[in-house]
Write a protein that binds this ligand. Structure first.
Ligand SMILES: Nc1ncnc2c1ncn2[C@@H]1O[C@H](COP(=O)(O)OP(=O)(O)OP(=O)(O)O)[C@@H](O)[C@H]1O
Ligand SMILES: [Mg+2]
Length: 384
């Protein structure tokens, strides 16, 4: 295995200036201008990405994901530490990064291409396939400042995947495009995987990371919280999201206190009707008496979180041994479609995931009415 990206002890600090609300005293102490505090967006982050690996980057808003990607792409200089990239790298960074707003789409293609080290002649050769992929033919001579965010992403992604990079780095921007373009991008990313290219991908969508990535890293307040197989990293990411991140209690290190063994229904099928009651049964095994909470999640088939239940509304107390937990939803508020069910058990104070089963079942909902989408709304109208 060859290391393609090596991130060694990287920190990135930003200066946050406080020019306003300055007292007279502060102005006397700092006559040159405002005061500042240093914000540590990345702290001593180290990891390696090997050739042909797809690595996901998870973390909540502001955890440093985009900053990390910008450092890897060379758009930002780390405050300390080193980053080595072997081979050519194309990146699709945060919206707008990398394009000159005053220039047309055409000129930006040439500009990005030359920044990636391509000659004018090679860009000439790639130009049509870039425009083709971006589906922006009618707008290619328009200044990109007039592009919508979706158009920006199309152009950025089209450039990134057509310049034949060894490494592709993609920030979350893909979520901006419409569903059809997103799935076209996903297909292209899968092709890249088959061709053995190396990919780093930021995503808030844990399911997408599980299905696409071999490995994932988790950032939390600029600190690398986890680096491991996607499933494990997703679990740690969820723990961080749900409150406490228990660094001393990584999965696999000791036996689980409670395990979720199976989920079943009375009929054996996971079908449901909009507005009708729905029930299931969860078989669990507990190593000792346990008090905590149950949490349910439903995702659409493209991985959008439809709902995460409030754990405190479902407290549970288990005895040692095998047990069953009955779950009832008096009125299923979903329109027709397939929904992925995930189930978790949280410890007593609602912190810390004790057991988690991702996508244990697919619920097929049927609906006879005329509404469409995920949830029905029933507007009451008055004309006056
Ligand atoms: N140029 C900058 N100057 C000052 N602070 C910055 C700058 N860029 C980023 N930050 C701060 O660094 C932190 C990390 O930002 P970053 O954009 O990397 O987060 P992120 O994980 O990508 O978040 P999101 O999920 O919202 O995209 C944030 O608190 C942000 O405010
Ligand atoms: Mg970001």
């Amino acid at each position: 295995m060859t290391a393609v990206i090596e991130v060694q002890g990287v920190s990135k600090h930003f200066r946050l200036h406080h020019e306003r609300h300055q007292s007279l005293k502060e102005r006397l102490i700092h006559p040159g201008g405002g005061t500042f505090t240093e914000f540590r967006a990345l702290q001593e982050v180290s990891f390696t990405v090997n050739s042909s690996e797809t690595v996901g980057v998870l973390g909540r808003n502001g955890s440093g994901k985009s900053t990390l990607l910008k450092c890897i792409c060379g758009v930002l200089q780390p405050t300390s530490g080193q980053i080595l990239v072997r081979g050519t790298l194309a990146g699709l960074l945060e919206l707008g990064a990398g394009f000159q707003p005053e220039l047309s789409g055409r000129d930006n293609i040439y500009l990005s291409g030359s920044m990636l080290g391509l000659s004018r002649r090679s860009i000439d050769r790639l130009f049509d396939s870039i425009v083709d992929f971006s589906e922006l033919d009618g707008f290619i001579d328009t200044q990109v400042k007039f592009y919508s965010s979706g158009m920006y992403v199309r152009l950025g992604f089209a450039v990134a995947v057509n310049v034949d990079p060894d490494v592709l780095v993609v920030d979350e921007v893909l979520a901006v495009g419409d569903e059809r373009f997103q799935s076209k991008c996903m297909d292209r990313i899968r092709e890249f995987q088959k061709e053995g290219r190396t990919i780093m991908l930021v995503s808030h969508n844990a399911d997408q990371v599980r299905s696409l990535c071999d490995r994932a890293i988790v950032l939390d307040h600029g600190v690398l919280l986890a680096d491991g197989p996607s499933g494990e990293s997703v679990k740690i990411f969820r723990e961080a999201l749900l409150g406490e991140s228990r660094m001393d209690d990584l999965p696999g290190e000791h036996e689980e206190l409670v395990s979720i063994d199976a989920v079943s229904t009375a009929t054996g099928r996971f079908d449901a009707r909009t507005g009708a009651p729905w029930a299931c049964e969860i078989a669990v095994t507990s190593q000792e008496a346990f008090e905590g909470y149950l949490v349910l999640e439903l995702h659409t088939h493209v991985g959008t979180l439809v709902t995460r239940s409030d754990p405190t509304s479902a407290p549970i107390a288990l005895n040692k041994g095998h047990q069953r937990i009955g779950v009832n939803l008096p009125e299923l508020p979903l329109l027709d479609g397939s929904y992925e069910l995930s189930i978790g058990l949280l410890s007593q104070f609602g912190h810390g995931v004790v057991a988690w089963r991702e996508q244990v079942a697919t619920i097929e909902v049927t609906y006879d009415g005329r509404a469409s989408g995920i949830v029905p709304i029933e507007p009451k109208v008055t004309v006056y």
